[in-house]
Design a protein around this ligand. Structure first.
Ligand SMILES: [Zn+2]
Length: 115
């Protein structure tokens, strides 16, 4: 299955939002949540990152990279990094993948890897 993370495009003015907002940030007129969903691009550049060392037990890894990526359309997204040596400004490509597993559930989010 091909999974996507979506931007919400205002039907009145065309402004894109991610994550979802109740009211359009541009025209502020969207009382009825009139948004179209379009998949976010998966390529971009790494704006900043950090590595978390003290994770809850359900993460079956010792450390976890987290980064903010500026996508090719200018929107920014938080995601996990599967990159050994991240560098600010590097090109990355994302995929919707499992970010956390529990005995009966898997949680999905964007995972970025070096492009
Ligand atoms: Zn709008």
């Amino acid at each position: 299955m091909d999974r996507n993370i979506y931007a919400y495009v205002c039907r009145r003015c065309g402004a894109s939002h991610y994550p979802f907002r109740m009211v359009c940030k541009e025209c502020k007129q969207n009382d009825f949540f009139e948004f179209d969903t379009v998949p976010l691009p998966r390529t971009g550049s790494l704006v900043t990152w950090t590595r978390v060392h003290n994770l809850p037990a359900q993460y079956e890894v010792a450390t976890l990279g987290i980064g903010i990526v500026e996508l090719e359309n200018g929107m920014r997204m938080l995601g996990q990094l599967e990159i050994d040596e991240p560098e600010i400004g590097m090109a990355v490509v994302g995929e919707v993948d499992v970010v956390r597993r529990e005995p009966y559930d898997s949680y999905y989010g964007m995972v970025f890897r070096a492009a």
